[in-house]
Design a binder for this molecule. Structure first.
Ligand code: C6P
Length: 407
């Protein structure tokens, strides 16, 4: 039995005390977005009540305080993922914006007709569509490495798809639809031999495991704050400094410039070159607070506890007749995607909601994964560090009840 302080952690999340349809909330939709601890909520209120002004622009006290908090959060992100420098930490809206930024800047500068971009068959639409758009604009070709019926990348096939024309490999670290954790270190080692940059979509991995970008040696790592117990509206693009220096800016406007005349504009240095306009100041500060909170608990402790939750849920789910788990990779994060005989996933989601249990039902913005498994959608329970085995019991009891009534 773990000594993970789950009850203490739960007490930090006010929303977990809510009743849904007169039942205690069982929140198992954490892969879509997770709930926020008081430390994050308070950091935002404190900023607005005492320290709020625009950043990087004023000489007055409040602006200096707000800038300190904003840049302080950048330092926290840098330490959290072990980047070399804060110049490598770009604040964006989220994972989606980060990938679009890379496609439109790195992509346009380095990828042209006939070049290849390699992704996998388990990507979120955010790691498919920006590349399709780039391919349409440039004449580059999108290659897709296949997966097997366990939901794992078929590594040999993936390797075979790497060619002299491959200009970027962009892979999800942990799949949102299947839970699969990809062998990203191995992928990066292979890519380095051919000098191919690697982008990791860390949207799902970041709240579940320690991330060390120097150890991974990835070129880009992107994630969203809202899946990391931080507010929505902020995300992070990590990029190796040399790559970011060489990339043209994404959007033009305030803060990303050093000098503007009508004849010529000089861009700002990193990281500001990629942060045009007033940023989402309070959300960034909230992200810093979330990182402090998580660092206190320890990402290794979170990973161990969630592995225990996933094992428990998987064992229970395997005992339910008519339930099929979609995504049974050996290396897996805290996601349980499943289908039930004769009950549509949307009905599963709606009926569980009547019991106070929140899960996601749908294609999870990963339609090609649904096509591969020949299902229209799945029901997905995704766990966070504040979930308990008792909540998993409630989920399983709900599913059994459903099968009894409708199956
Ligand atoms: N997945 C889910 O329910 P944004 O929306 O930009 O914060 O994140 C996009 C994204 C990119 N990659 C992966 C692997 C993701 O899981 C997500 C978001 C949510 O699974 C919403 S669709």
């Amino acid at each position: 039995m773990t000594s993970f302080p789950v009850e203490k952690i739960r007490a930090d999340f006010p929303i977990l005390k809510e009743k849904i349809r007169n039942k205690p909330l069982v929140y198992l939709d954490n892969a879509a977005t997770c709930q926020k601890p008081l430390a994050v909520i308070d950091s935002i209120s404190h900023l607005y009540m005492h320290e709020y002004a625009n950043v990087h622009r004023g000489v007055h006290t409040l602006s200096i305080k707000a800038t300190d908090r904003y840049e302080g959060a950048r330092e926290k992100v840098k330490n959290f993922i072990n980047a070399k420098s804060t110049k490598e930490i770009i604040f964006v809206k989220g994972t989606t914006e980060a990938i679009n930024l890379i496609a439109q800047t790195f992509g346009k500068a380095n990828i042209s007709a006939g070049d290849e971009i390699l992704i996998t068959a388990m990507e979120h639409h955010s790691n498919i569509v920006p590349w399709q758009m780039l391919c349409e604009e440039t004449g580059a070709i999108l290659k897709v490495a296949p997966i097997n019926l366990q939901g794992e990348l078929i590594y040999d096939e993936f390797e075979k798809l790497i060619s002299n024309k491959t200009k970027l490999i962009s892979v999800v670290h942990m799949s949102n639809a299947l839970g699969t954790v990809n062998p990203v270190k191995k992928i990066i080692v292979t890519a380095k031999v051919k000098n191919i940059p690697v982008l990791l979509d860390g949207a799902q991995a970041i709240p579940h495991m320690p991330i060390d970008v120097q150890d991974l040696d990835c070129d880009f790592y992107v994630f969203s704050g809202h899946k990391l117990y931080a507010p929505s509206g902020v995300g992070v693009l990590y990029g190796k400094q040399a790559l970011l220096e060489a990339m043209p800016p994404y959007q033009g406007g305030g803060d990303m410039i050093r000098k503007v005349t009508f004849e010529d504009t000089e861009y700002n240095t990193l990281p500001y070159k990629f942060e045009a306009g007033t940023p989402s100041i309070a959300d960034v500060v909230g992200l810093g607070a979330a990182i402090d909170y998580l660092t206190d608990i320890g990402m290794d402790n979170i990973a161990n506890y969630e592995a225990e939750l996933l094992d428990y849920a998987t064992e229970k789910a395997n005992k339910i007749k008519g339930l099929k788990i979609i995504g049974q990779a050996k290396e897996k994060g805290a996601i349980l995607s499943f289908v039930l005989d004769k009950i549509h996933p949307h009905d599963i989601g709606t009926m569980l909601d009547s019991l106070g249990i929140a899960i996601r039902a749908g294609h999870h913005c990963a339609m090609p994964v649904m096509d591969f498994f020949e299902v229209p959608a799945t029901a997905r329970a995704s766990f966070a560090m504040y979930n308990t085995k008792a909540e998993i019991d409630a989920l399983m009891a709900g599913i059994e009840q459903l099968i009894e009534v409708f199956g």
